[in-house]
Design a protein. Structure first.
Length: 113
């Protein structure tokens, strides 16, 4: 992936980090990768096209989960039956959430992940 065209560094997530729809409290999938600007969600089922969501997830070693507003930019059929890969852009992040995401994604640049 030498020609990274994204404006913000992304960090691939190791292990399964559950993502919850904060409005319904349903687990909707897990993180694929994450940046300050958005995320790849490996969803259990497709989400609403162009939909807006309030999502919650915990970064590894974090004491409190993050809650983010997110907009569906694109989605594709995943490899498992019924699964979807969903690209989401974050909306109106609180400064503390932005800081935590920036620290977590930039930490990857120095640790070989």
């Amino acid at each position: 992936m030498g020609s990274e065209s994204r404006r913000m560094p992304r960090r691939t997530v190791s292990g399964l980090i559950d993502v919850v729809d904060a409005m319904t409290e349903d687990s909707i999938g897990h993180l694929g990768n994450l940046s300050v600007g958005g995320m790849l969600l490996i969803a259990r089922a497709p989400l609403a096209e162009d939909g807006l969501y309030q999502l919650r997830f915990s970064l590894p070693d974090a004491e409190e989960p993050l809650e983010v507003g997110a907009h569906v930019l694109w989605q594709d059929v995943g490899t498992a039956n019924g699964q979807a890969w969903v690209g989401l852009r974050f909306l109106g992040l609180a400064p503390t959430v932005t800081r935590r995401l920036r620290e977590w994604t930039h930490h990857a640049e120095g640790d070989g992940h």
